[in-house]
Design a protein around this ligand. Sequence first.
Ligand code: PLP
Length: 403
Amino acid sequence: MKFETFFRRELASLRNEGRYRVFADLERKAGQFPRAMFHGPSGPREVTVWCSNDYLGMGQHPTVLEAMHEALDTCGAGAGGTRNIAGTNHYHVMIEKELAALHNKEAALLFNSGYMSNWAAISTIASKLPECVILSDALNHASMIEGMRHSRAKKVVFEHNNPNDLRRHLRALDPKVPKFVLFESVYSMDGDVAPVREIVEAAEDYGALTYIDEVHSVGLYGPGGAGIAARDGMSDRIDIIEGTLGKAIGVLGGYIAGSAAMCDFVRSFASGFIFSTALPPAIAAGALASIRHLRNSDAERIGHQERVAQVRAALDEAGIPHMPNPSHIVPVMVGDAALCKKLSDDLIERFDIYVQPINYPTVPRGTERLRITPTPLHSDEDIRKLVEALSSIWSMVGLKRAA
Ligand code: PLP
């Protein structure tokens, strides 16, 4: 086989469809978020980032940076191994305690990313529970799907955010088999929020184990940023809460929180936990400082919601169509892969604004979009410039305005 020809042909087909991914070469500037240097074809220049998952700008918060500097100076660079082999650092222990307290759970277990925590925890639990059947929301994240696949457990997909469909599937299963219900709180592409109570009640009625991915809500919603389940008073009724330290917390890492036995079980059996070098202590220290800050300060969350509302109102006024939802994610709908890429290119080339195009397979074909994520650090002027730029491009390419 001509391997190079194969690779090139596959890439060419992505390009033809307009969904070849180009990563913007950005250099973040500490203390100036959402500004970054863009290293483009015509040399470096400053742009405003409108699509970061550093939702609150905590990745550059002085308290977080100070904690990271201090840990770097005291502990050095790497963790020194897997957690098993010399890699457990005091910062890992402290952050696990903090995460357990945040979610009001007995314990927490730290992973190197949210992807790893989903993959490792789901695959371990579902493969070890004898005859386990997974019930998965239709729009669950790729990392959860990989975990399910790796477990080789039987999987049933229920309609997105539909507790009645979940009940229908639960009812059809043998009452004796262990059931494992997996869903998210805030869905990252449409920004819609799960009916947590109704899903958990359905699961409880059939004695199912419950798992919620709170990656897009930790730090942002609920008391002290404990997430949507906590906001809805449901954390205590969910068995496993999973989250990331890489989005609103602003650093890197993932975790699960739940009972001491469940965390110890995953710690003891999950290959994705056991056989991977632990997070550097400075990373854990930064995330710990960020969580502690957000548990004690609502200012970032209030500013965030206020900016989100302002962006939506400005888009409405300009007739730029965006998907309504109750969260902080503002999907501006384009509906065509090549056009979506062109809009993103125009925004950075002509207006110094960076918003990446979101195409298939991240979203279904025909629903391509620009996913805008306002932060408390975007100014009135930033919002005005964003909406003016979008409006000008909308007219230029002849896209339909919202009524
Ligand atoms: N879960 C969801 C719903 C996500 O959107 C993502 C990443 O975007 C992850 C998990 C993975 O988290 P991380 O980026 O920390 O690997």
